[in-house]
Design a binder for this molecule. Structure first.
Ligand SMILES: [Zn+2]
Length: 157
């Protein structure tokens, strides 16, 4: 019981540390903004933080790009950040897969399709235990093929 209590206490402390670290992470864009005055370099830093960390986009936008996170600020932010050409190659055409948003990129890195993801790059074939990583264009082509297959199956009743 004693051991369990001290273990729980330790876990509690660790959770506290994680929260504190996350809070510190939020301050990173502000600290970078103090260091960097050049607009272009600020944009580079914002791009990096957006794609490769989980620092909230609103903090990045406000600190480094002087953007207020109100209304549809996300769209303006993403326009300035621009898409990311990943190192992941499309399994259909061989071109690098381009992501428009961080969650697309995270999903692609995990390699498993999350349900309800808009603009996913992971294609799940009907009735097959097969997923493919595809670029936006090949996603569309594959969706069309898949629905054509569904239609033919429908006729075979
Ligand atoms: Zn492709």
């Amino acid at each position: 019981m004693q051991e369990l209590n001290s273990l729980l206490l330790k876990l509690g402390e660790m959770e506290g540390t994680v929260i504190a670290l996350k809070e510190q992470l939020r301050t990173v864009p502000y600290r970078l903004a103090k260091e960097i005055s050049d607009e272009g370099e600020r944009l580079e830093a914002a791009r990096y933080l957006y794609w490769y960390t989980d620092i909230p986009a609103s903090a990045i936008a406000e600190a480094l790009l002087n953007m207020k996170s109100k209304g549809n600020a996300a769209n303006g932010f993403l326009r300035r950040i621009g898409p990311l050409e990943t190192d992941v190659v499309c399994e259909r055409c061989g071109n690098p897969i381009v992501c428009e948003k961080r969650d697309e990129f995270r999903e692609l890195e995990r390699g498993t399709r999350s349900s309800g993801m808009l603009n996913s790059h992971i294609f799940q074939w009907d009735g097959e235990n097969r997923q493919q990583k595809l670029c936006t264009e090949c996603m569309e082509v594959s969706w069309k093929e898949q629905s054509a297959k569904r239609a033919t199956r429908g006729n075979n009743w």
